[in-house]
Design a protein around this ligand. Sequence first.
Ligand code: FES
Length: 105
Amino acid sequence: TKIIFVNPEGEERIVDAKDGVSVMENAMQNGVDGILADCGGACACATCHVYVDEAFAGKLTPPSDMEISMLEMNDYRRENSRLSCQINVSAELEGLRVHTPESQY
Ligand code: FES
């Protein structure tokens, strides 16, 4: 499944992502900058924060209470903020665009 990571400068990095694992893990495996994932995917650090393209907002599973509270503590939060370790890649998400926040560089 193709996932497009867009950095704050607007540069795109297209990754051929593995289904069944998170967007964060796919970013790690492909050396994508801007996703730190300090907690390793436990929904506890919020350094895997991304902004999801509006077009895909409806295709993602809604955030858990824990994810919401982690995002609420994040100063860079926007309406389309998600933690990329909580987004599971599937064929449905083909062409998903996520923007990495400036704060993670
Ligand atoms: Fe820590 Fe996602 S990797 S919250």
